[in-house]
Ligand binder design. Structure first.
Ligand SMILES: NC(=O)c1ccc[n+]([C@@H]2O[C@H](COP(=O)([O-])OP(=O)(O)OC[C@H]3O[C@@H](n4cnc5c(N)ncnc54)[C@H](OP(=O)(O)O)[C@@H]3O)[C@@H](O)[C@H]2O)c1
Length: 296
């Protein structure tokens, strides 16, 4: 039975788990589903209820947050036949990163099943989700935005209405293309600095004082210096997904994409080195391979 104040959440991966924790600790009741149930179990002591199937999460709530990997996962979880039956009268809020075309297609499918749909992709990661400081970009009607703003404010202090469904997804992809460009450029610059025996502290000192600086550089530097990509915030595989989604959208819009195209093979190479689930800063290992690898 639907209970007011209860939020269904599908997908307790890196981001979904943090979102579930934040919602539960800010007074919501969370009913969560994850394909691999064991991965959701650490949420139980916080009061999150874990269900066996996605439809059970929907059945107990008026709204469902999607924190699934990609469109394929959404198809397998939200759009499986039993779950589809539960969509009538419910609102789906899509928070993962998918393409605008995929989001519009999902909206059509949800509405066909009698549900309502908005997109709210986010910038920020585990720490920001736990602190409620994600940057949420909303694609919705104004009415839907106002209806769900209080819930989104538990996760993002200032959710922003961007435009209709599709527009926030496009903005999110544009921003993630900057993540890819920044980590690729920073990795290459740091590699040159290290191989030229320039002290890294001098590199960072000048960089931080310049207009070129992005806070992400300082954030990722310890991982790069230690070659440590464990306990990821955001995986290499998902950055590849987002670069591919960006490229597909940008090509359709007639943009010349060769700079972004250059990053894709680097990410593919990282995946071939088993860095799939590693933090995306692992791109540094491809850009800056061990010396003996370059001169076998
Ligand atoms: N992490 C971040 O900082 C961050 C920030 C902004 C946006 N995002 C976006 O948010 C989404 C989730 O990211 P994440 O980092 O939490 O990813 P993640 O840790 O890889 O979690 C992915 C989730 O999707 C599920 N899943 C994957 N494939 C599935 C399938 N075929 N069928 C059913 N379930 C499937 C996983 O279930 P299992 O546990 O069973 O594998 C897991 O619950 C992605 O679109 C990502 O790009 C992430």
């Amino acid at each position: 039975m639907t209970s007011p104040g209860t939020v269904a959440l599908l997908g307790t991966g890196l981001l979904g788990k943090a979102v579930a924790q934040r919602l539960q600790t800010t007074g919501h009741r969370v009913l969560a589903y994850n394909r691999t149930r064991e991965k959701a179990l650490p949420l139980v002591p916080l009061g999150v209820r874990i269900v066996e199937s996605p439809w059970q999460a929907l059945a107990g709530s008026g709204c469902v947050l999607l924190l699934l990997a990609d469109m394929q996962a959404i198809q397998a979880v939200l759009l499986e036949p039993r779950c589809r039956e539960e969509l009538s009268g419910r609102t789906v809020i899509q928070m993962g990163t998918i393409g605008s075309d995929q989001s519009l297609d999902l909206e059509r499918q949800v509405e066909r099943a009698g549900g309502r749909y908005l997109e709210a992709p986010v910038l920020g990661s585990i720490a920001e989700a736990l602190a409620g400081t994600l940057l949420a970009m909303v694609g919705a009607t104004e009415e839907q935005f106002l209806r769900w703003k209080p819930l989104l404010q538990s996760l993002a202090s200032d959710p922003r209405l961007i435009g209709p469904v599709g527009s926030a997804s496009a903005l999110k992809l544009a921003l993630n293309s900057l993540i890819a460009a920044e980590i690729a450029a920073f990795s290459l610059a740091l590699g040159l600095v290290q191989r030229s025996s320039v002290p890294v502290k001098d590199f960072m000192h000048v960089l931080e004082a310049s207009a070129l600086y992005a806070p992400m550089f300082q954030k990722k530097l310890p991982r790069l210096l230690a070659h440590d990509y464990r306990n990821p915030n955001f995986s290499t595989a998902h950055l590849l997904k987002d670069v591919e989604l960006f490229l597909a959208a940008a090509r359709r819009l007639g943009l010349e994409c060769s700079s972004a195209e250059g990053i894709r093979p680097l990410l593919l190479k990282a995946l071939s080195r088993n860095l799939h689930d590693a933090d995306y800063a692992s791109l540094f290992e491809v850009v800056n391979p061990p010396i003996d690898e370059r001169n076998p």
